[in-house]
Design a protein around this ligand. Structure first.
Ligand code: GLU
Length: 326
């Protein structure tokens, strides 16, 4: 099967899942577990020989999960205080949000409607609802893992809601909300694999995206797997299906989406890193961060967070507890 054929098959699997209802594994799964020998790798694949420079945990100089305290109750939608980042966004008429479009369950395109959907997408719509009173006042900008930080630094987006781990290195360049989801890194392998977790991947190829903390965690894993870097998470799934990598390692959220898309895969081993997700903002937009944190307080308290979790990710645990740095 060609790379394009595999991609089509993956899309077919997503279609089947969407048709069957949220999170259901397709009963008549298409043949997507094949191991063709001569297939082109997805564009942009890089086998890393040195660890990426963004190793998380390298900088433990801050409390990465502590954000800026709300400075009061939320203003009424549509009535943003003059001179604030929120007033500028309201005047612009839409919230520009960086999201993913190929991470099933978190940020993906519904093939029937063409709309972006998922837990992250719904969280972004809540921000728009708080500013405008209308969750549809959003312009989505699709970003790869690697494009998130530059998009924020260059002002291409107002906020990024895209499976983004809060860490001290990133805090140097952007600001984060409080934690809205607590993920952790695991390993996905073909169902037939005898790999039991990250420690069993010594000298074997493990895929993750460029610019992700997942890639740095793979590169720094004590077992010394060989990191393989690609632009998009679905590129990793294609490489795994082609037999060109032995495993994918990233957040349990993203792996859950893969496992639902491809029934010939399984998630193995324990969670071996903490990946707290925050909404990310241009560094100077502290007022907007405080606003988002007031909103998150409300979404945790009024059951919205739990409802969104149930919609996309299953039975909700208690929402992550907010911690503040000032
Ligand atoms: N949570 C990880 C990160 O922020 C991986 C997710 C991703 O790259 O999309 O880098």
């Amino acid at each position: 099967m060609t790379a394009r054929g595999v991609r089509w098959a993956v899309t077919a699997a997503v279609l089947a899942v969407v048709a069957a209802g949220c999170g259901a594994v397709p009963s008549a799964a298409p043949e997507i577990g094949g191991r063709s020998a001569v297939v082109p790798a997805p564009a942009g694949v890089v086998e890393l020989t040195a660890p990426p420079s963004t190793a998380p945990g390298a900088d433990a100089s801050c409390d990465a999960t502590a954000s800026f305290r709300p400075d009061g109750p939320l203003p009424e939608p549509g009535r943003m205080p003059a001179g604030t980042t929120m007033a500028r966004i309201r005047d612009k008429g839409r919230l520009v949000v960086g999201v993913d479009q190929n991470t099933y369950l978190m940020g993906f395109r519904n093939p029937f409607s063409g709309e972006l959907e998922g837990f992250d997408v719904d969280m972004a719509r809540e921000v728009a609802r708080a500013i405008f009173g209308d969750p549809t006042r959003v312009q989505f900008k699709v970003l790869t893992s690697e494009e998130r930080m530059p998009a924020l630094e260059q002002g291409q987006v107002d906020v990024v809601v895209r499976t983004m781990t809060m860490n001290c290195e990133r805090w140097q360049r952007v600001s984060f909300s409080t934690v809205y989801y607590q993920a952790g890194q695991r390993v996905l392998v073909p169902s037939s694999s005898d790999v039991t977790g990250i420690d069993a991947l010594a000298g074997r190829k493990v895929c993750a995206t460029k610019g992700s903390s997942s890639l740095a965690n793979v590169a720094n894993a004590p077992g010394k797997p060989i990191p393989v870097a690609v632009p998009n998470w679905t590129d990793c799934l294609v490489l795994l299906q082609q037999g060109q990598v032995d495993a994918i390692s990233t957040d349990n959220t993203i792996l859950a989406g893969f496992a639902a898309q491809d029934p010939y895969t399984k998630v193995v081993g324990a969670v071996f890193t903490a990946e707290p997700y925050g909404m990310a903002f241009p560094k100077q937009d502290q007022d907007f961060v405080r606003f988002a944190n007031a909103l998150l307080e409300r979404l945790r308290a009024d059951g919205t967070w739990a409802a969104l979790h149930r919609r996309w990710l299953g039975d909700p645990p208690p929402p992550p507890v907010a911690t503040y740095r000032d």
